[in-house]
Design a protein around this ligand. Structure first.
Ligand SMILES: NC(=O)c1ccc[n+]([C@@H]2O[C@H](COP(=O)([O-])OP(=O)(O)OC[C@H]3O[C@@H](n4cnc5c(N)ncnc54)[C@H](O)[C@@H]3O)[C@@H](O)[C@H]2O)c1
Length: 432
């Protein structure tokens, strides 16, 4: 099959490369000349484990093609996926400008019959509007069906998730479009959820919001654990062993970030408001999430009796989660800004996100070449992202460079007893 993807971000490029690897001819449309030139050479434009090899392999055999020209991609393709960004507006609603702009350009280039699928996360009603745009601008004689196939991949494991998703959701009322999409997804052996467009659109928001709810619940339990002298990790282990509940996403920390959870929770709150429903549960989820950054900084402040002016703080981990260079809504940003506001000096290290971090962090931040040099002559070490590299740090070697052995573990990756035996003062989240 020949198919097209509009947008080559985490969703567009990964999905395009995987479908090309299945043997399809895949066109990818971008809007930045420099990036398209890099992609044409078979190089990925962001860090995602395994992606460079996958892109290169499929570019080399001519199955993965990149262009700035919608016509070049749309005309030969049977199915066109919209994978553009849907960032939040100040109101929390999803900004659909990119989706509608893409729809208009696809529509103008329609010939014959095409299935136009939205993969971007969009609120119910969006695909219907995409259909209206296509109908308005399409040339006479062209026909189309719309469908919604929301994407559930996670950055850091995006290729694995695309190859082995828990489910593929196909939302459409067109039998022909549904059958074509089922056919395309045949190499992926998983559960199919067949539904109408609005249901598919809402499945994505409901999934991300429930995952966010689990994280905020774990964080609320962690705050309470600190107050009552419980160990949140043990509490959540005990909770998670209940097969009705499970342990996944019940891990306390400094809160969720990234380009999806924060914006999708806010978008579902805004969507609900627009339909006369006050989704207070999600308002609390969002509020708990933000409060965890404050909670973390307050603990550092408390350790220094409220004054961290001139203290040197090493921050280990900047990306919003491990195995990505994505800094969007990363908790590290807020935590660093707050510490700087209190007069601390900040030295940071991240295995892959430092270039992206430089674009968003204040200019006074100092970048170190490895975790050990980041922790040289510092008063506090704070782990913000649970990179495996940090789990295996040589804490004895690290201690030698420290002014004081104080470790704030924002992701509970260390064994408190072990760390304390090495002479550190240890602060986890929800543990003593
Ligand atoms: N990142 C994730 O983990 C993830 C997972 C599931 C779903 N999603 C959703 O998928 C969508 C895309 O997310 P992403 O992380 O890939 O975004 P991204 O910001 O990484 O990439 C978006 C891409 O769209 C391109 N683009 C925007 N407007 C365009 C236009 N008019 N024509 C051509 N290209 C255009 C941009 O240049 C960029 O390449 C969002 O709605 C997001 O919520 C993201």
């Amino acid at each position: 099959m020949t198919i097209a993807f509009i947008g080559h971000g985490y969703v567009g490029l990964v999905t395009a490369a995987v479908f090309a690897d299945f043997g399809n001819t895949v066109w990818v449309v971008g809007r930045t000349k420099e990036k398209i030139e890099i992609l044409k050479q078979g190089k990925a434009t962001f860090y995602e484990p395994g992606l460079s090899d996958l892109v290169k392999r499929n570019v080399d055999v001519g199955r993965l093609l990149f262009t700035l020209d919608y016509k070049e991609a749309v005309v030969p393709s049977e199915i066109i996926f919209i994978c553009v960004g849907t960032p939040p507006k100040p109101s929390g609603e999803a900004d659909l400008t990119n989706v509608f702009a893409a729809a208009e350009k696809i529509g103008k280039n329609l010939v014959g019959y095409k299935v136009v699928v939205t993969k971007s996360t969009v609120p119910p009603g969006t695909n219907k509007k995409v259909g209206e745009i296509l109908a308005k601008v399409k040339p006479p004689g062209a026909s189309f069906a719309i469908a919604s196939c929301p994407e559930f991949l996670r950055e850091g494991t995006a290729i694995h998730d695309t190859l082995h998703p828990d489910r593929v959701v196909i939302g459409t009322t067109s039998d022909r479009a549904r059958d074509m999409l089922i056919d395309l997804h045949k190499p992926i052996n998983t559960n199919l959820v067949l539904c109408n467009v609005e249901t598919a659109e809402l499945i994505k928001y409901a999934s991300n919001s429930l995952l966010s709810t689990k994280i905020s619940f774990a964080n609320a339990i962690a705050v309470l654990s600190e107050r009552v002298g419980a160990d949140a990790e043990k509490v959540l282990e005990g909770v998670g062993l209940d097969s009705r509940l499970g342990r996944s996403f019940l891990y306390p920390g400094v809160g969720y970030g990234g380009s999806c959870f924060p914006k999708d929770v806010k978008a579902l709150i805004a969507l609900s408001k627009g339909h006369g429903y006050d989704f207070r549960l999600l308002e609390a989820v969002d509020e708990v999430n933000h409060s965890m950054r404050d909670h973390f900084v307050e603990k550092i402040l408390r350790h220094f009796e409220g004054n961290i002016h001139g203290k040197r703080v090493a921050i280990l981990g900047l990306s919003f989660k491990p195995d990505t260079d994505d800094m969007r809504e990363a908790p590290s940003i807020t935590i660093i800004e707050k510490l700087l506001n209190h007069g601390a000096d900040i030295i940071v290290f991240d295995p892959v996100a430092m270039e992206n971090a430089k674009k968003v962090l204040p200019s006074s931040v100092i970048y170190a070449k490895d975790p050990y040099s980041a922790c040289q002559d510092v008063d506090v070490v704070a782990v913000i992202t649970e990179w495996n590299e940090f789990r295996n740090l040589d804490l004895v070697r690290l201690a030698k460079g420290l002014k004081q052995r104080v470790l704030f573990d924002g992701r509970n990756i260390y064994d408190p007893e072990f760390v304390k035996k090495l002479g550190y003062m240890y602060y986890g989240v929800g543990r003593m």
